[in-house]
Design a protein around this ligand. Structure first.
Ligand code: SF4
Length: 237
């Protein structure tokens, strides 16, 4: 059961929620636990990424964008690649798209601290072009390791690039929405929705994104598994 959240939303959040034509909801059981310290394994992975030169994007990046959030999050969001502001700040989903993502999370009672957010690529492609196949091949083992460490109860793919990689398909995003997929050998539930940057350009689709968020909220509400799945061995991309 959920109840309306009428507390502690700033003006910007209200602006984006109103723009999406949605109201905010909060789970009776909060999913915003305190964030535990990262383990040595996390730190080692982060250092490996920070020093990575496996593809040409290392030559044009300002810095790597590893990921942020709760290391035992029930919900893990996966986007495409860092953009200009992400490359500058070293964090995923900042700028206007990040503000919209924050509002989307808040609409289902979550904060960035309660989830984990990462991208397919850890370095910005020049001019925000689509990731190249060899870049994806070199970089996604890092993402697979992050998923294996977090063991999320639910994955949310943000946009076409993330959906295509995680589901090993080239199907239209519209056909990937509206269902719960299974990811990898562990069959982690996975929902696909629009990338916030796309929603900023195509506000008419925000209502569809809201439907996807309701599905996320529902799945988390009925999931009592505190993110304790077996390690993921390998994803065949
Ligand atoms: S995009 Fe990934 S594989 Fe390429 S240099 Fe950056 S961290 Fe390494």
């Amino acid at each position: 059961m959920v109840q309306r959240n009428d507390l502690n939303m700033d003006h910007l959040t209200h602006y984006y929620l109103n723009a999406m034509g949605i109201q905010a909801w909060r789970l009776n059981t909060p999913l915003n636990p305190s964030v535990p310290a990262m383990t040595d394994e996390w730190h080692a992975l982060q250092m490996t990424v920070a020093n990575c030169t496996a593809c040409d994007l290392c030559q044009t990046r300002t810095q790597t964008v590893f990921g942020v959030g709760h290391p035992q999050a029930k919900l893990m969001l996966i986007g495409e690649a860092p953009g200009f502001y992400e490359d500058q700040q070293g964090k995923p989903f900042v700028g206007r798209a990040g503000q919209l993502l924050n509002a989307m999370l808040e609409s289902i009672g979550l904060t960035r601290d309660a989830v984990y957010i990462a991208n397919i690529l850890k370095c910005r492609p020049p001019n925000n072009r689509d990731p190249l196949p060899d870049e994806v091949a070199h970089c996604t083992p890092f993402l697979m390791k992050q998923i294996a460490l977090i063991k999320p109860a639910l994955l949310l793919a943000l946009g076409r690039i993330a959906g295509h990689f995680l589901l090993e398909t080239h199907a239209a995003l519209g056909t990937l929405r509206g269902k719960v997929h299974a990811f990898g050998e562990e069959k982690i539930p996975l929902i696909v929705t629009y990338h916030p940057a796309y929603l900023l350009r195509n506000p008419a689709d925000k209502s569809k994104a809201w439907q996807d968020l309701q599905a996320v909220h529902h799945h988390l509400s009925i999931s009592n598994t505190p993110s304790r799945l077996s390690p993921i061995k390998k994803h065949n991309s």
